[in-house]
Design a protein around this ligand. Structure first.
Ligand code: ADP
Ligand code: MG
Length: 396
């Protein structure tokens, strides 16, 4: 086991009667009137919250919401989240309009075993994102135990993810544990063949992922805008497609290292512009007209990818394979998602945009694991140690 996921969980420590400060990721999408558009992030924290309630802990939840920039802003208040949580949980949730100081301290003092409170947005305080130890100590004063269940924020060293662990025993929640175990196993001891599918806009944001995955995977399938730079590196004409000229040499290097492991598109969907009304056309990759741009992988490529996925043991997928927010250019991503849903492989999908697209297409729930962390899952796949994970106590 790697250090990354050999971490203590709430189940490894006494919680009865203790005040547990639980860092959750309740950074939910909201409309301008504070109406929550999707409460998945709230529901995903339930295993940990319900465990703590059942075992008599006093539960103090804390999260950030949006980017208020270190000062209070009612538009980013967590009050609507407390209300939704209360409805979903079916028990009262006290909203505490501050995260530190006398108001917060006396509110948590009144909590009885099994009761739940949610603090106001941590990013209303400048100390949070600065990982200020004074602020972390004030947060720690509210509790006897620290639980981190916010995988999506684990790649950030903030007061509520790192600083606070200097002052309290620190363990992971069950969502954090599941993310680390799933991603960790996929990299360390996967059921083979291990296949990675990497898409998204730019190769530059995913070079570290490609380099970390390459020696570990059996196949590396590349699509999305980033595939264009590889096609360019093969001296193909890619027309007006998004290309990173300054990364052509990196693409060449990856291609020579990868050899037959690397699978690039054999056909693509092109159009004149990125526009829902543009006419999509399928082309072989050596026939792309100069005035068109690549916006999706083509049907032959979907078949090639599907064939590989059919025999895979584990599949890690990050990034959409086309401009999938536009339905005309979502067929490639959808086709590959369908093939993955049908294969017996353990399927692990991550990346903010890919997960959003798969949810929109109604196919996300057919994956074995949908990572809750966009940036965090990317950094994990790059082989980086996430500071919020490193700060937790090891299981001995
Ligand atoms: P994720 O968030 O899933 O990791 P990225 O942020 O790397 O994914 O990339 C997502 C973006 O890539 C989407 O906005 C999508 O429109 C864009 N994209 C995918 N394929 C192409 C393409 N062929 N040309 C231009 N943009 C693309
Ligand atoms: Mg993205």
């Amino acid at each position: 086991m790697t250090v990354e996921y050999a971490k203590k969980t709430v189940a490894d420590v006494p919680v009865d009667g203790r005040r547990a400060f639980v860092r959750v990721d309740f950074n939910v999408p909201m409309d301008q009137s504070g109406h929550i558009l999707d409460d998945r992030r709230i529901r995903e924290a339930f295993p940990t919250i319900q465990y703590l309630i059942k075992h008599g802990a006093r539960v103090i939840l804390a999260s950030h919401l949006g980017r208020p920039g270190g000062k209070p802003n009612p538009a980013y208040s967590l009050r609507p989240v407390a209300e939704r949580l209360q409805t979903l949980l079916g028990q009262p949730v006290e909203f505490i309009p501050e995260a530190v100081g006398p108001v917060a301290e006396s509110a948590v003092q009144r909590l009885l075993p099994g009761q739940v409170a949610l603090l106001e947005n941590l990013r209303f305080y400048p100390g949070e994102e600065k990982n200020d130890l004074g602020f972390a100590e004030q947060l720690a004063k509210l509790a006897d135990l620290y639980v981190n269940d916010a995988f999506g924020t684990a790649h950030r060293a903030h007061a509520s993810t790192v600083g606070i662990t200097k002052f309290l025993p620190a363990v992971s929640g069950f969502l954090m544990e599941k993310e680390l175990r799933t991603l960790g196993n996929a990299l360390e001891s996967p059921k083979r063949p291990l296949v990675a599918i990497i898409g998204g806009a730019k190769i530059s944001t995913k070079i570290d992922v490609l380099n970390h995955l390459l020696p570990r995977v059996d196949r590396l399938l590349v699509g999305g805008g980033m595939a264009n730079t590889f096609l360019k590196a093969k001296s193909l004409n890619v027309g007006k497609s998004l290309v990173e000229e300054d990364r052509v040499s990196v693409a060449k290097q990856i291609m020579s290292q990868a050899g037959a492991k690397l699978v690039l598109p054999v056909d693509v969907v092109v159009a004149e512009r990125v526009d829902p009304t543009a006419l999509p056309e399928v082309m072989a990759i050596d026939q792309i007209p100069g005035d068109k741009m690549i916006l999706d992988i083509g049907p032959k490529t979907v078949d090639v990818f599907a064939q590989i996925l059919q025999n895979a043991g584990t599949v890690i997928w990050n990034g959409p394979l086309g401009v999938a927010e536009i339905p005309a250019f979502a067929e490639g991503t959808l086709g590959v998602a369908r093939a993955l849903a049908q294969s017996k492989a353990i399927s692990i999908v991550g990346g903010g945009d890919l997960v959003g697209v798969l949810e929109q297409l109604g196919i996300a729930e057919q994956m074995s694991h949908v990572s809750t962390g966009g940036g965090a899952s990317l950094e994990f796949l790059e082989g980086k140690i996430l500071p919020g994970v490193a700060a937790l106590e090891d299981r001995t």
